[in-house]
Ligand binder design. Structure first.
Ligand code: GLN
Length: 484
């Protein structure tokens, strides 16, 4: 097997047995990236110098027998996550040349294990989008079909893992930005409970919805990484002080007797027949593994997308007000301070952030906030209650991650059709519950399709147990052909 095909666990075993060195492993991936990524464009920057230093530290630790499970493992980070001294553009022109002045808590926790940073990955501008086409630095392509999108907004991270340029990667998930690209690129993508992982050092999109997310080839790898980065943080009061379970030791718990609910609203019209078949087959597989399944209703599902597209833009309009051409990155000249603000924001932001700033400012302004923002916050309570009610009868829920497989670059040119790509993922962010997308099959034309598992708040171990059993029973390794 080639080095880039290894899972984190397999690579870790080889490193600890001294079959390979961290330097060889990251070198092989970076070499591969040099030719591959010209077309694919998963990365906005490679951190070669940093990778060399990281690999040296990892190799020294391995030599002295103080290696940990992630020591020497090459990883990639979405370019809206801060690592001191390294660029963080958020895919926007307004943060061109901006370098982070501190490191995200989650990344610090990870770095204690001495993994190897390969680079920063592409994303839709400020993580707004579902295809990575909104990046100010050009789109990423899908490693399974270069005429298609990798999903978004963490499309670069998903494509980096799928194409073997990193063995795991981080993204952010505010409405589906980890799970949807994971589904499109045939990798595992995990979004934790809101409050499970610190948001300190993520460039804020919607602060009440944002969470760090994790991509890897297997559920087992994701569980290990999640365990490493989860937990409370004095710099983020929303990261709750709840104990983090030892996820990896719970992976082999029994699926027998688990109760899995099928929310009927997630199988309504509009879902691609091939996707539907793959999800139905997955449900059958869970039954074969000993789970009991039953239908359940999440009656307010139809309001999820509308609710999201009020709450999110309102938070965007506040969060993005800090980019004024003064404090960060790009600045356009002007005769007065106000002109600098206007020119910098006009030239620095792309169409989607501008659209959302306008919608959000309108929906939260005096006279309109009762009709829009406050109503959306009430709808959020109903959607959240749908999930908590369902979890009185079920341990987990299963849904398609997305209604269709990866679409063509340029196919969804109007914003609304793009927003609809998140129809099955946004509900989880609104309710704050955790979810994971796991590759479950392929379409006739060779595009990966994922299933989404959903768990109650702070019960991510259930996702990992069920997901791991499912993946083992499937015994299929997806491998992109990387043809045009
Ligand atoms: N696609 C959704 C949006 O455009 C979700 C984005 C995300 O999760 N960051 O807002």
């Amino acid at each position: 097997m080639e080095l880039h095909e290894l899972t984190v666990k397999e690579a870790s075993e080889k490193l600890l047995n001294k079959e390979i060195s961290a330097k060889e492993l990251s070198g092989a991936l970076l070499d591969r990236a040099k030719t591959l990524d010209k077309d694919l464009h998963a990365f906005l920057a490679f951190t070669e110098e940093r990778a060399k230093q990281d690999a040296d530290s990892a190799d020294a630790a391995i030599k002295q027998d103080r290696a940990m499970p992630l020591t020497g493992i090459p990883y990639a980070v979405k370019d809206n996550i801060l690592i001191e001294g390294i660029q963080a553009t958020a895919g926007s022109k307004i943060l061109e040349n901006y370098k982070a002045t501190y490191t995200a808590t989650s990344m610090k926790r990870l770095m204690n294990q001495l993994p190897v940073l390969i680079g920063k990955t592409n994303l839709d501008e400020f993580a707004m989008g579902s295809s990575t086409e909104n990046s100010a630095y050009g789109p990423t392509k899908n490693p399974y079909d270069m005429s298609r999108v990798p999903g978004g907004s963490s499309g670069g991270s998903a494509a980096a893992v799928a194409s073997g340029q990193a063995l795991f990667a981080f993204g952010t998930d505010t409405g589906g930005s980890v799970r949807q690209p994971a589904s499109f690129c045939g990798v595992v993508g995990f979004k934790p409970t809101y409050g499970r992982i610190s948001r300190y050092g993520l460039i804020a999109l919607g602060s009440s919805l944002d969470q760090l997310g994790i991509f890897a080839k297997t559920v087992e790898d994701v569980a290990l990484i999640a365990q490493t980065v989860s937990g409370p943080d004095e710099y983020d009061s929303t990261a709750l002080n709840k104990p983090v379970a030892d996820y990896t030791s719970l992976l082999n718990n029994d699926v027998k007797g688990m109760r899995i609910g099928i929310p009927k609203e997630y199988f309504a019209s509009g879902i691609d027949p091939e996707v539907e078949k793959i999800v139905k087959d997955a449900i059958k597989r869970f039954q074969d593994l000993g789970a009991t399944v039953g239908e359940v209703s999440l009656p307010h599902t139809e309001y999820a997308l509308a609710t999201y597209y009020i709450i999110l833009p309102v938070e965007v309009s506040a969060n993005l007000s800090r980019y004024d051409g003064q404090r960060y990155g790009f600045s356009a000249p002007g005769k007065t301070l106000e002109e600098v603000y206007v020119n910098s924001r006009s030239l620095g932001f792309g169409a989607e952030p501008k659209r959302r700033i306008m919608i959000g400012t309108y929906a939260s302004s005096a006279g309109y906030s009762d009709a829009y923002y406050k109503k959306a916050k009430l709808a959020q309570q109903l959607i959240r209650k749908d999930f908590t009610d369902a979890f009185e009868k079920f341990d987990l829920l299963i849904t398609p991650t997305t209604p269709t497989p990866a679409f063509k670059l340029g196919e969804k040119s109007d914003p609304l059709s793009m927003y609809l790509a998140d129809i099955f993922t946004v509900g989880l962010n609104i309710a704050g519950v955790p979810g994971i997308s796991i590759p479950a099959g392929m379409t006739q034309s060779g595009l990966p399709v994922g299933i989404q598992l959903v768990a109650p708040h702070f019960a991510e171990e259930k996702l990992f147990t069920a997901g791991h059993a499912f993946q083992k029973s499937l015994d299929q390794k997806f491998k992109p052909t990387l043809t045009k």
